[in-house]
Design a protein around this ligand. Structure first.
Ligand code: AKB
Length: 313
């Protein structure tokens, strides 16, 4: 049975991933860690530890004590916060990744690191965006993600560390909110619709971006780490996508559930510029071919499921 350590367990992805990993591999085998104390959901269902992933020694001790053969390293600063404080984004994203990779090299652990559509920039072909293409991001978040992909590749080819990653699009979920990204509007819009029947969007109506519903993202996270290594041509990191949404299109879908829903726009120039620099549609055929990636939720299924779980329909 796998022995797994998750960093950033209390975040948007971690709060979904940890329960699923515990279901699959056993509660005691999944050590959830976060920089802050988390609620009883995490601490009572299985082992939990406060861990600052930027501290190499602390990461090393946690991995050794838990005897972790797999690390899901989720702790990171997202794109919008990264533009507010670029040095913080560089520090957190790169220092923690380096700490995790070094420990993985010493202990022989496999490492999952989420990358992002943020690795691409204005010079990248937008629709479709190939797996292997120009990567010249204009955000600090994107720079850390490109550097992270390269560092993971380096640890694999140079030291044989089993590194794997996914370029996630915007992730849509209920529960723990996303922490300061450009795609956060696609989560906020559901809370606005349910709580007030309206939403003021910080992106323009036609700003199209790739998105994915969290249950698909969780299956992707597990799928890539369970994939047969002999079939992986790419490792860090695979394009994955499930749907392409703009605020106008998602608002129309939401109106099928909340007929009086209204949307207006107060465009944030920083996040709008980030969105414009990102792809309109990823080509995820490498993920489909190399490890069988296939999402279950399109926009209609995701929207219905969100409302069903948030107490709407
Ligand atoms: C962000 O908006 O920063 C993230 C991402 C797409 O990586 N959700």
């Amino acid at each position: 049975m796998k022995r797994i350590l998750v960093t950033g367990a209390g975040g948007q992805i971690g709060s979904w991933l940890v329960p699923r990993l515990r279901e699959l591999y056993g509660d005691a085998n999944v050590l959830a860690t976060d920089v802050r104390h988390l609620g009883s959901d995490f601490t009572e269902a299985g082992p939990f530890q406060v861990l600052d992933a930027t501290h190499p020694k602390a990461v090393g001790q946690a991995v050794m004590r838990h005897d972790a053969d797999t690390i899901y390293h989720l702790a990171a600063i997202l794109s919008a916060i990264g533009e507010r404080d670029p040095r913080l984004a560089w520090h957190i994203n790169m220092t923690s990744l380096e700490a995790v990779l070094e420990v993985a090299r010493e202990q022989g652990s496999a490492v999952f690191t989420p990358s992002s559509i943020g690795v691409f920039g204005p010079d990248t072909p937008k629709d479709p965006t190939p797996q292997d293409t120009v990567m010249r991001p204009t955000t600090m978040y994107g720079i850390t993600k490109v550097a992270g992909e390269l560092l993971c590749d380096y640890y694999h080819t140079r030291f044989g560390v089993d590194t794997r990653g996914l370029r996630f699009p915007g992730l849509i979920s209920y529960g723990a909110p996303p922490g300061g990204g450009t795609t956060d509007w696609a989560v906020e819009i559901f809370y606005g619709a349910l709580e007030e029947g309206r939403y003021t969007c910080f992106l323009a109506p036609e700003a199209q971006l790739d998105m994915m519903y969290m249950p698909d993202a969780i299956e992707a996270l597990i799928g890539i780490m369970e994939a047969d290594p002999d079939r992986l041509v790419h490792r860090n990191a695979f394009n994955v996508t499930a749907m392409q949404l703009s605020p106008r299109i998602l608002a129309e879908e939401i109106r099928k559930h909340v007929p009086d829903f209204t949307i207006d726009y107060e465009i944030d120039p920083v996040r709008q510029a980030i969105a414009e620099s990102w792809p309109d549609r990823l080509d995820d055929s490498a993920a489909r071919t190399e490890w069988g990636w296939s999402p279950r939720y399109d926009m209609a299924a995701m929207t219905a499921d969100m409302f069903a779980h948030m107490g709407g329909d």
